[in-house]
Design a protein around this ligand. Structure first.
Ligand code: G
Ligand code: G
Ligand code: MN
Ligand code: NA
Length: 257
């Protein structure tokens, strides 16, 4: 079987799951948000990374079924956490370009959030810069509608796309995630530090929350704090984890770094 046939079967067999990576306040270390990340662990064979299967799913069209599953699962999980008394955990999901290009993706997303009794602020979305290049008026209007209802919209991998900064004028955004390649190199490279400082400056001037991705060590964390990034996501604090591990964190049974 080729990978797409296997993935389609994996969806039906329940081999997919959502893992969650906490984002913490750069100041307090308190967990503020979770990024939902798709994981495929085949019953037979090694785990397959979304970096491998998402691009193929986009080509084959399977991304829409996959994306529907992710939205449904994120909403189900969030509703379960709300019901268990965890009232401030926010979850963000990733949406790719071809998902956004399907006309009803944003309507279906909103409908799913509502159907699970959640508020618009309970589930946010992450988009990459490349998604925004291709976005037409209809997509822009759809994103604006979500934004005005209180849905958080983050620009992912900031600084690595092919788009110009002008999209920052037009797109309704609430957060900017500085790509982890800048964070990784910042301690040794003044250029990376300069780009990060500029990104934090622009982000804050536009009223956005600034997230530093891929923080793995003390040196990087110190720089990020000096730059006044708001949130930190990275292995230094937490790796992506399955839902039961997140529940232990939310219940205060275990603590992080
Ligand atoms: O979690 P990991 O670092 O392996 O993710 C690799 C890539 O796959 C990242 O770019 C991430 O944004 C993307 N990805 C992870 N989960 C999803 C998902 O549910 N939907 C989409 N469209 N992309 C995802
Ligand atoms: O493209 P996107 O930002 O959605 O990708 C998120 C991916 O980054 C996840 O798959 C996650 O596993 C990975 N990631 C998260 N924190 C770290 C980190 O500290 N170091 C590295 N190398 N990858 C990370
Ligand atoms: Mn992301
Ligand atoms: Na990213």
């Amino acid at each position: 079987l080729d990978l797409m046939e296997r993935l389609e079967k994996a969806l039906d067999r329940g081999e997919l799951s959502l893992w969650f990576q906490p984002q913490v306040s750069a100041v307090s270390g308190h967990i503020e948000n979770f990024e939902a990340l798709l994981r495929w662990m085949p019953a037979e064979g090694a785990p397959v990374s979304p970096a491998e299967f998402i691009p193929l799913a986009e080509q084959s069209g399977l991304i829409h079924r996959l994306g529907d599953w992710v939205v449904e699962e994120a909403c189900r999980q969030q509703a379960a956490w709300r019901a268990a008394g965890h009232l401030d955990s926010r979850i963000d999901i990733n949406l790719s370009g071809s998902q956004l290009a399907r006309r009803d993706t944003l309507e279906r997303f909103e409908a799913c959030v509502k159907a699970h009794g959640l508020a618009p602020g309970d589930i946010g979305i992450e988009l990459t810069e490349n998604v925004l290049i291709d976005a037409d008026h209809q997509i822009l209007d759809g994103l604006r509608r979500l934004y005005h209802r209180g849905v958080r919209i983050a620009i992912d991998d900031f600084g690595t796309g092919y788009s110009s900064l002008s999209y920052l004028k037009h797109f309704p955004l609430t957060a900017l995630k500085i790509d982890r390649t800048f964070v990784h190199d910042a301690p040794g490279q003044p250029e990376d530090r300069a780009i990060m400082e500029a990104a934090v400056f622009i982000g804050h001037r536009l009223g956005l929350e600034v997230v530093a991705e891929g923080v793995e060590n003390d040196e990087q964390l110190t720089l990020i704090r000096e730059m006044h990034c708001d949130l930190v996501q990275g292995y230094y604090f937490y790796r992506p984890m399955p839902a039961p591990d997140i529940e232990r964190l939310l219940s205060g049974l275990v603590t992080g770094h």
